[in-house]
Each structure stands twice: as structure tokens, then as C-alpha cells.
Design a protein around this ligand. Structure first.
Ligand code: BEZ
Length: 213
């Protein structure tokens, strides 16, 4: 195990799950993936997080993203917990939960931070692109449930900035103005790429309407 960094290839693994045995890279196929860990089954914050992820299924699908959860409990426990999640969160969990009782995935992805939480995973998030490259990592403590709208917002930014020479400013969300990357300086290229124009607040801070809107 070594620390995984942005730009690294997401390690492949084979592990059991609520959807059967998963060979990770094969399962991911050409999709984006959100791989996210939870401290344990039948815990309150985790229950709300999995419920929220299930409720956002259409939003993940719209973006070509497959969510997959990790919890270091056996698959029978996961199945019983899913029943609870569905009942209490009024949803249907429709993505796999890895049964990582042997901590294979947790170790591979460095999800156990023993000085924070002994022997269980913290709330790690890995956003992985279709080439299996790790594009974002987030780490939250056990006491803080994640904001899944933020995870979708990061995916929106990654997908937009992969296809246009822009970056997204603080608190950006779909439809807001974006910034032009500093490497684009040629006036002809600027006019071609940004036909709606741009505002140079400073030479290095140029705002333009979201190009694909
Ligand atoms: C929870 O998911 O609610 C939780 C798990 C471990 C520690 C604290 C809270």
C-alpha cells in the first residue's frame, strides 16, 4: 500500500459485493466511478450517505458515473443493512457495496487511518475517470457525512474542463461563468474557443460564459 495521488491509476482488485464478485476495472468499463468507503454497516451517518447516493442515481447516470461503496463487513451483513437503508431512507440502493471484510480494498486505497479510526475505514472518496485515472480524492472523518451534491459538482467540473480550455472558480456550479486557462493567450485562439467573449478582470483572470451551454 502506498498513498494514492491524483493522476495515479486506480488499483484493480477482485472483491465480493452485494452484486456478486466484482473485478473492478472490468466492472468500471468506460464509465466514471465514485468509489467511497464507510466505517461500518448499521451506523447512522453511513445509512444516510448510502440512501442519498441511491436517491441521486439519475444524477450519477446522467453523467456516466457508477457509484460503488466499500464497507469492511461481510456480504450477508450488507444485504441486511441495505434492507434497512431502503426502508429508512425511502429509496432503493441500486449500486454495489463491496464486502471488504478482509480489508483488501481498504488497504489498497489507504482508507484506514488508524490515528483517526481504529480498524475501520474513514470516509474516503475516489473519483476515477474512464481511463482508470484517479482525478479527485476526498477524506472525511467518521463524524461528518459527505455532501453528495459536492461530489456531483466536482464531476461536472472535471467533465467540463476535460473538454474545454477552462477551469471552474470557487463555488462554481453548472451554468455559472468559468475562467479561461492562463495558457491560452493567442487572440485568434481566444476568439475561436470563446465566441461568446470574455471579461479580463486581470490579465490572468478572464471570465467567460460556460462554453457548452
Ligand atoms: C456513522 O456512520 O454514523 C458513524 C460511524 C462510525 C463512527 C461514528 C459515526
Amino acid at each position: 500500500m502506498s498513498t494514492l495521488r491524483l493522476g495515479d491509476t486506480a488499483p484493480d482488485f477482485t472483491q465480493d459485493s452485494t452484486a456478486g464478485m466484482i473485478r473492478f476495472h472490468e466492472w468500471a468499463g468506460d464509465s466514471w466511478v465514485v468509489l467511497f468507503s464507510h466505517p461500518a454497516d448499521f451506523t447512522p451517518v453511513c445509512t444516510t450517505e448510502l440512501g442519498k447516493t441511491a436517491a441521486l442515481a439519475t444524477e450519477f447516470a446522467k453523467r456516466g458515473v457508477k457509484p460503488i461503496a466499500v464497507s469492511v463487513d461481510p456480504v450477508d451483513s450488507h444485504h441486511a443493512w441495505v434492507k434497512d437503508i431502503n426502508e429508512t431512507q425511502n429509496t432503493t440502493v441500486n449500486f454495489p457495496i463491496l464486502a471488504d471484510a478482509d480489508k483488501k480494498v481498504a488497504t489498497l486505497y489507504d482508507m484506514i487511518h488508524p490515528n483517526s479510526l481504529v480498524n475501520a475505514t474513514v470516509r474516503s472518496v475516489f473519483i476515477i475517470d474512464p481511463k482508470k485515472v484517479i482525478r479527485t480524492t476526498l477524506t472525511y472523518p467518521a463524524s461528518t457525512g459527505r455532501n453528495f451534491d459536492e461530489i456531483l459538482r466536482v464531476i461536472d467540473s472535471l467533465q467540463l474542463t476535460d473538454s474545454h480550455k477552462v477551469a471552474t472558480p470557487a463555488n462554481w456550479k453548472q451554468g455559472d461563468d468559468v475562467v479561461i486557462v492562463p495558457s491560452i493567450q493567442d487572440p485568434k485562439e481566444l476568439a475561436e474557443r470563446f465566441p461568446k467573449g470574455f471579461q479580463a478582470v486581470r490579465p490572468y483572470l478572464r471570465m467567460t460564459p460556460q462554453p457548452n451551454r
